[in-house]
Unconditional design. Structure first.
Ligand code: ADP
Ligand code: ADP
Ligand code: ADP
Lengths: 112, 447, 447, 447, 112, 112
């Protein structure tokens, strides 16, 4: 089982969700994060004083999938989250050793 | 007192009470000091009780605009909170200056052909600490300021129709033009001696036509011309902070006592009547809205309560000096129900009146104007409506409603079309995505 | 002016000043117009200064209910913010309609055996723009509206006791019944010519008994019968937004000037006295609460300041027209200290009075009623208390306090027991876990 | 009416109107009741309209302090929100008690050598429900309370200079001392019969010197002595919630109508003038600030609009009873521009006046005081300024400004130095990092 | 060393914390997340318009434990977080290669 | 490629960001979290009632780096986040199997 962590632009969340629904991935956890990368942050002005805010709002998706779904999920996310502008985000893949469903105590692939 | 009959009745009595023996006496005793003879005579008519009530009423109506800012601000997404609040806030600034320089004169200057006010009050010339032709027991300055607060909130109401996408610079220009060529003429027609108030004798106690129908009609034009928000209908756009909206509704309600009861322009029984029916209509409208919502969607909501309150306040506005408390229960309850459905119509018709200005102010104001023609009772404000045997009152109301809708809709549409072709109306797509706060103002509401 | 002696003294003087020569004169000069002869005479007694002050006071008291909504709303968990605010907001709607239809009549209609008002004002019959038997220099409508605002906030206060778990539909029914069979009788007893005010001659300037003890006693009944919140005592339930609470406290304080100084029903020295002692008591109570909290828990808190302010305002309420400024320092400071300990008692006794209605309004109101019997000074309001040589005043106060507690507690308990057996009082466990906002209203406060 | 000329002119006229025949009549008819003969005579002068207006004005000015709390609170980081709000809130408590016990007497007691008030009003002795030497048509209590609200907000304004780092216990001591030895003398000099008002005859309608310059000068001393916030200049410290700041600005604006128009101490033409110019100046200042900001930083901000509004309100304060509406446009617009640059200077000079008290209140108040000497017009308030041919007025203003700056700066600096050496001024580094809410009050604003 | 990531219902956090305390796991990091899975989100109504909110508030726990504590920690969480209703959440286990304690610079198992 | 997860004290974020900038690590994602460990939480008092809040505000950094940057990044964070007081936080290292840049679809080391 693999864990996909994707950092995307917040306003893309609905499209990404739809793309994942389509391929049958329905377990998703999201959270608000802030990021910096090539996209360099924004400048805010308060009473004439400029503040550079290096971090930009992003959404992080965490999705655990079976190995066979991995590629499908990656490309669903990549395509739906893409704007071709800087700051589109990243997808990271990590290995998951075990999964437990809290409700039932089931383990392994069945629990995903 | 927005109605000539009443003006005469109460004004007359008060004048006599206060001034008959006293002002004669005063004339002899006082030395004329720095004031011209004429001014003295005028000043001596000022009633301190009336003045106290209109001073505070004016402050109350001023507070409604920030109240509206919160009411609207809570309903948008958090990335647009400052942009939304700013549209109301800056109306306080822009409209004030316009009003002082020429707006008041166009609205309340000496009538020209029942169409527009003359230039006698340009730059507040001939307006002063003495009383003027309106509200004869309060300083003319004060009447001007009271009216100013109405002029401020009206365009601010419109902003709900194009929330979350309008360009700030274009909005400033829109404000100046709209006040000048929509609001001022309409205010003149109704209250400044123009054809609606003085010839048609339609009733509008505190602004059903001038404030609510005008903003509702303008909102419809704006929603159609400005177009939908990006993602409207596809993406959920729930209110980001309903506590702000409820607080805003509370401040609106509080301020509305000044709006309606202050429109008696005196501290008297008529003001008390307006106060009472205003409160009752709002209460009844909350219950109306919640009931129908409960039935229709199985849950009564806080946003529904806030919306119902405003709907009731809108509907009672034109009627406040003409109807009694039991009528106000009916007017309010029907307003709550009607506006609920009006708001829901929006999704059928397909325009994005983002914060439901048409459904609440347009429809609520229209209902209120008509209800005034139905429920008006001579024992309250000297004029009877249909239900009290006077069908003509209703006719006058209907004509005035149609006139206000047509005028405000058409002229607003023209203004926006021209602005669209010149400055553009909307922020860039990117700006809209980022939110008005960052794209237009370089700030965030919450850090 | 809630006290007959005072009513007479000031009322009389004002009447003479305003009406003696003038109204005679006016009678002759004026044409009677649309009004009956009788009405005219009445109208001529209306004082515009008094009316201005009570108009705005009524608006101020209305604002207290949204203020309370924020005060309470800030103290609950964020999942219950809308549910909590709604309980106050909807009281504005429900109580208004009840009051207009029958509540005002039961409270202030012609007295029947010192127990209840008659039906003469049902549906506001016989209430109008002229002055009535109460507040003889202001429109009767206005007096009715002023009293209405008190009737609204009282049950809203109770909601703090059962915050975060009460069923909305049951609450609506509770509101109607409670106003009718608890509030109206009590208001009648104290202010409407009933036994407490007219026979016992206990003093209650602005609602120590009628508003605070009644809500405090009802809150105790409610906390006991409704039961604790799920997880109470095990899970931390810190306030979710103390800024709301502080803003609410500020609006309450602001509105309380109308509540107390407006209760003079005139714009005079008595109103000024009530204004001043109200402010001072609140200030002193903040210091009292903070001091004892600082000593007891090593830190003075913002919630403590807000709570202290309200405690002081509660305590001075019955006394505001009867005590002078130095007494108000004592009354306030003691209120702050007393309520701090009262609130802390709650964890010993084991009931979940979630937002401390018993500790603040019950105990604070009781202290205020007794303090009135101690500190009242004839030079302020015409009646002396124990410290000024009149022990009877204290006795009357104590009897009235006991009566109010017993009556409000018992009848509230019965109402709630009956509701519990019929509609049920609490939301489901699941609903409570999810929060009232989603379970009862289908909304979230913040998105 | 803060100016002796005006006091005389209007006061005189009103007195005659109200009292001539009537009070004579009343004297004969009335029975003296509980009041001494002397008191009766005084009471009969009380005008109910004036009293109504000052009652509500006093409440409005009270509301400004919580308004300021929100205005400031929104600008700090969220970990300091309660600490910041508390500094304003507790000023309501502390200053009230100080004022009642000795502050009012020092400020408005019988003048001693044009320097300080005597002890005649200690503990509000000789202050009562009758009218006093100030505001002769309203209860003396009321004048005292109105002045109290000014005394409360002034030190609360200073707190912006040392936001996010001041020790609560030291702040309490600072409050007591500062009111006693800075505010009271200055208030006496200007309004209580002291040298600035009575001999120099400098004009200060509603507190340009007493409130704004004094707090601005004290803020400069405080910013220099207390020192910068940890991380200032290295770390971004953006406002945590600008909606609070905008709401606070709105409440300040609303309250300022009481502050300025209430300073007429009557419900008359002068109050109306003050009301109107107050509103206009605020509007013009918003536009001034936004314009220059737009040019300078390419975006007009919401914080700029709020700041501009306050700058305009500050600048018009001393002038409100002396200048007309067109002048107020100039005064306001210049205030907006000037304060924008003043605020930006801060980063050049290197002190951390965290919320720009010096730039807004110090500079705005100074500009207002000077502008009064320029734009005052005899037709408004009986005195002409330079532009109306009276250069002496300007000289008096300049002297008064210098005196107020020097006095407030020096004495504040001494107070703070002494406190620094004894109690210490700042919280620990750890406390500052953690935030005032947890370190000083053991709470969090938001959970 | 293993990293446990558990998604739980927010109101269960106190019980889970207590269960972990009991077995001596005291290093925990939590954050607010939103999730979707079998539990299908909620419907909110604003002025008659219905919004389906697909994501439901959850809390994510992140706990790094030594290998020998893994099973104990998993079952403590699973049991204390269980309501047997849909939406109870998941537990994921990932491998951790290195741990550093910032305060001391210690590394490896000692730093956990 | 490795993923660094660091839990730090919130007020240290600017220093840590600067230290990472210096060594050329610019892709960073941060989020607000709460933690408990040796540092035992705080006590708040509301109307005399004491609440113990076991979790303290922290910031979590997530940084994916190439293997060769790992040590440099770890020590940059460790040194800049350190106050030598309890509660300074932890750094965890996990293995990352794949990285995708959403904007371009690039994969592997190039995408980091
Ligand atoms: N190496 C990284 N480690 C962790 N997060 C990263 C990394 N690189 C990028 N991110 C996240 O992805 C977001 C977008 O990255 P950015 O470099 O701005 O755009 P792009 O990937 O289109 O070049 C960043 O804001 C950050 O949250
Ligand atoms: N495959 C997954 N990847 C990431 N998060 C998941 C996954 N499946 C479930 N979750 C998280 O767990 C939560 C509960 O899952 P759900 O399927 O609703 O309940 P249950 O596990 O009881 O069937 C979801 O809201 C989501 O946050
Ligand atoms: N084993 C762990 N798993 C997850 N997070 C941890 C772990 N240990 C510590 N943390 C996080 O690191 C923070 C600091 O840890 P703590 O033990 O308080 O300080 P220190 O590391 O200085 O001894 C905690 O608040 C928590 O967020």
């Amino acid at each position: 089982m693999k864990k996909i962590e994707a950092i995307i632009k917040p306003f893309k969340i609905n499209e990404v969700k739809a793309a994942l629904d389509e391929i049958g991935v329905c377990g998703i956890t999201i959270s608000d994060v802030k990021g910096c990368g090539r996209q360099k942050g924004i400048t805010e002005v308060y009473r004439g004083a400029e503040y550079h805010i290096p971090f930009i709002n992003k959404i992080k998706l965490e999705i655990v999938v079976l190995d066979e779904m991995l590629e499908k999920a990656i490309s669903a996310i990549q395509q739906s989250a893409q704007t071709e502008n800087i700051g589109d985000g990243k997808i990271f893949v990590l290995n998951v050793e075990e999964v437990v469903r809290i409700r039932t105590g089931e383990r392994g692939p069945d629990a995903v | 007192m927005r109605n000539f009959n009443n003006e005469k009745r109460y004004g007359f009595k008060d004048k006599i009470l206060k001034s008959s023996t006293l002002s004669l006496l005063a004339m002899f005793i006082m030395n004329a000091g720095a004031f011209a003879q004429e001014a003295e005579a005028a000043v001596s008519q000022i009633d301190k009780g009336d003045t106290a009530w209109i001073l505070i009423s004016t402050a109350l109506v001023m507070l409604m605009t920030p109240g509206l800012a919160l009411f609207y601000g809570g309903m948008v997404r958090s990335k647009n909170i400052l942009g939304t609040v700013m549209q109301s806030f800056v109306a306080l600034a822009v409209v004030t200056i316009v009003w002082v320089l020429w707006g008041y004169s166009l609205s309340f200057g000496t009538d020209i052909n029942f169409l527009i006010g003359g230039f006698d009050y340009i730059g507040l010339r001939n307006v002063g600490m003495e009383s003027g032709p309106y509200g004869t027991t309060i300083p003319h300055y004060l009447f001007m300021a009271f009216q100013l607060m109405f002029a401020i909130i009206t365009p601010a109401l419109i902003t709900g129709a194009f929330a979350e996408r309008f360009k700030f610079s274009s909005y400033l220009v829109f404000l100046v033009i709209w006040i000048t060529i929509v609001y001022c003429p309409l205010a003149h027609w109704v209250w400044g001696g123009g054809w609606i108030g003085a010839k048609l004798k339609a009733l509008d106690f505190a602004g059903g036509l001038v404030v609510h129908i005008s903003s509702g009609a303008a909102a419809l034009a704006a929603a159609l011309i400005v177009g939908k928000r990006k993602g409207y209908g596809q993406v959920a756009m729930p209110p980001h902070n309903l506590v702000l909206t409820l607080l805003g509704a509370a401040l609106l309600w509080f301020g509305w006592f000044g709006f309606n009861a202050g429109s008696a322009l005196a501290s008297n029984g008529s003001a008390a009547n307006a106060f009472v029916v205003t409160h009752i209509a709002s209460a009844a409208a909350i219950l109306g809205w919640l009931a129908v919502e409960w039935i229709h969607k199985s849950k009564p909501t806080a946003l529904g309560a806030a919306s119902g309150a405003v709907a009731g306040l809108v509907a009672i506005t034109p009627a406040a000096g003409f109807v009694g408390p039991l009528s106000s229960i009916a007017i309010g309850a029907i307003a709550g129900i009607l506006c609920y459905f009006a708001v829901n119509l929006k999704s059928l018709l397909s325009y994005d009146d983002s914060l439901d200005v048409v459904g609440v102010h347009g429809v609520g104001g229209t209902w209120g104007a008509i209800a005034t023609g139905l429920f008006a009772s001579a024992s309250v404000g000297g004029v009877s409506g249909l239900f009290f045997g006077n069908p003509q009152a209703l006719t006058a109301q209907i004509i005035s409603v149609i006139a206000a809708w047509l005028f405000a809709f058409t002229v607003t549409a023209i203004i926006l079309k021209v602005l669209d072709m010149t400055m553009g109306l909307r922020v860039t797509e990117e700006g809209e995505t980022l939110g008005l706060d960052l794209s237009e103002h370089g700030e965030r509401g919450y850090s």
